[in-house]
Write a protein that binds this ligand. Structure first.
Ligand code: SF4
Length: 404
């Protein structure tokens, strides 16, 4: 735990107000069509369109908990100013709901969040991704009430990285260096003098590291490409001698495993099996919710689908991972919500993998009998999934309403 727990200023288990906020949560996020899909073996068919949804999708346990605690915080402190360190999760609708409740969003800066607007009498919510050790220390020094919703699965990664740094291993993190969770995870090494980390986004970056371990790499190129995701004084000659692999919880599981394997093999080729046994560690830190959603979409892709819709925030890492799995197998559109489907114009606006802007596609729903697969990231509410299902059918002139 990053902040010593005191009864009055640090809260990690909510406020015992689950019953008080339950109606609001149901009203804001539950989905009638999702319930109907579940009741009908995850399929709905009408007007020549069959919609089939993955068997695991949408809100995960960590997101449910974080959002519920944010609602509890508002209920517990109706008259206090409440701030949130970044976004509670990566879904615009959920964040908008919190803004509507009067919760203020703090923006990240280069050296942590900007807490200048926060007074000691205020309440600060830490999101599901966690915050860095530096931010936790700032909050503790300010004496504010901290409501920590960091997901338990993220805490497990922190424990792993902590053990690497404690034992003199560089934490090699498969993740996105700018992502809140990865920044928080990387900061764990700073508990130990000489603690180091290096973030690799994908196998391409991991191969640069492997090449360097095997003596083929270019120091300048490696640092130029990876320094933004490395500890400030990272030295590849010194810091790639002992490596422990971890990952951001929402990455592509198979890529994380492949990266760990590639680094282990590079170390063995360079210095032998005995050296590898003593100086390489790994631990799969993909969370079970992410894994379940990836497994479920793989199962769905066994079906003869014509098109796949992946619903979730464009900055949602686990949604992007789901879209990447689908795009390799079937025509896939990552959409933020149902608004991306224009029923009258029969268009879809989507975010292609790796792109930072949207693309509009005409006549996205093929004519004739068609099967549409759907999944959604761990931060996507059920009502937003249901609204998407309704618009898919509406594109064929079939009315199925999300709201009663
Ligand atoms: S995706 Fe995994 S790590 Fe992230 S909040 Fe959900 S359960 Fe926790």
């Amino acid at each position: 735990m990053a902040v010593p727990e005191t009864a009055s200023t640090y809260f990690r288990k909510g406020f015992g107000l689950k019953a008080e906020v339950q109606d609001s949560l149901v009203s804001d996020y539950s989905g009638r069509l999702v319930d109907l899909l579940r009741a009908r073996d995850f399929q709905l068919a009408a007007g020549g369109v069959t919609v089939q949804i993955a068997r695991e999708f949408g809100f995960c346990y960590g997101v449910e908990r974080a959002v519920e605690y944010a609602y509890q915080t508002r209920t517990k402190f109706p008259d206090r100013r409440i701030f949130l360190a970044g976004e509670i999760i990566h879904n615009p609708h959920v964040n908008d709901k919190l803004r509507d409740m009067g919760i203020n969003f703090l923006r990240p800066g280069t050296n942590g969040f900007d807490f200048t607007a926060v007074a000691s009498s205020d309440v600060v919510i830490v999101p599901a991704f966690g915050v860095t050790i530096g931010d936790f220390e700032t909050l503790r020094a300010m004496g504010v009430v901290v409501v920590d919703t960091t997901c338990g699965s993220v805490l497990n990664v922190w424990k792993r990285v902590d053990s690497y740094a404690r034992d003199g291993f560089t934490a090699l993190i498969h993740g996105k260096y700018h992502h809140e969770e990865t920044r928080a995870t990387a900061s764990q090494v700073s508990k130990y003098p000489g603690g180091r980390y290096l973030v690799v986004r994908d196998m391409i970056e991991a191969r640069m590291v492997c090449d360097y371990i095997e003596g083929r790499g270019d120091r300048g190129l490696l640092l130029e490409r990876l320094a933004r995701g490395a500890s400030p004084d990272f030295d590849p000659d010194r810091d790639l001698a002992r490596v422990g692999v971890a990952n951001q919880t929402t990455m592509l599981a198979r890529e994380s495993l492949a990266i760990a394997d590639a680094v282990a093999q590079a170390m063995e080729r360079a210095r032998g099996a005995e050296y590898r046994a003593r100086n390489f560690r790994t631990f799969d830190t993909i969370c079970s919710a992410t894994q379940d959603r990836q497994d479920a979409v793989e199962a769905l892709l066994q079906e003869p689908l014509d098109v796949m819709l992946v619903v979730g925030g464009y900055n949602s890492s686990n949604t992007i991972s789901l879209a990447a799995i689908c795009a390799a197998r079937v025509r896939t559109y990552h959409i933020e919500d149902a608004e991306c489907l224009d029923v009258d114009r029969r268009t879809i606006r989507h975010r292609p993998i790796g792109s930072h802007s949207d693309v509009e596609v005409a006549d996205w729903l093929p004519a004739g009998s068609v099967r549409v697969g759907i999944t959604a990231g761990a931060s996507t509410p059920n009502n937003k999934i249901g609204e998407t299902v309704a618009r898919v059918f509406a594109t064929r002139g079939v009315v199925v309403a999300e709201s009663a």
